[in-house]
Design a protein around this ligand. Structure first.
Ligand SMILES: [Zn+2]
Ligand SMILES: [Zn+2]
Length: 141
């Protein structure tokens, strides 16, 4: 049994993985198209306007934004949604584009860094230039 508090209505419920109760999940799905259509027609709307005009709770809209299902073109949503790395206001998801790019880079680097050290150098033909390095490596190994 995994009882957690619903992120939207704060009611405790039996979670099967999500953080919103079945009632709110159904509500979110129902209201999603309303909000999406409104944003489609008013791409520069602020979250307050969206909530006022559609009658959809801010918490629901925020949930959809965090999920990445909705995207407001204006990152100014009252500071409710910020990049979890640099705390810059963002309009959708959990990270700003810059941090997303940085994280992707770091991940690539880690993959490279995990390569085992290359011992082949030992077998390279020792030219005059690499002779010293050659000795260093054989002494160490
Ligand atoms: Zn709920
Ligand atoms: Zn960031």
């Amino acid at each position: 049994m995994n009882i957690i508090q619903c992120k939207i209505c704060h009611k405790p419920f039996h979670s099967i993985g999500g953080n919103t109760c079945p009632d709110c999940m159904a509500k979110i799905d129902r209201e999603y198209s309303t909000v999406r259509d409104y944003i489609y027609d008013n791409p520069n709307a602020k979250i307050d306007d969206v909530s006022k005009e559609t009658g959809v709770e801010k918490a629901v809209i925020l949930h959809l934004l965090k999920d990445g299902r909705l995207k407001l073109s204006s990152p100014d949503i009252g500071g409710a949604l910020v990049c979890y790395i640099c705390k810059k206001p963002i309009s959708s998801g959990r990270m700003c584009e810059e941090c997303k790019a940085k994280v992707a880079l770091t991940m690539n680097k880690n993959i490279e860094g995990n390569k085992p050290p290359q011992p082949e150098q030992k077998d390279l033909k020792a030219s005059k230039h690499t002779a010293k390095m050659h000795t260093d490596i054989s002494r160490r190994g």
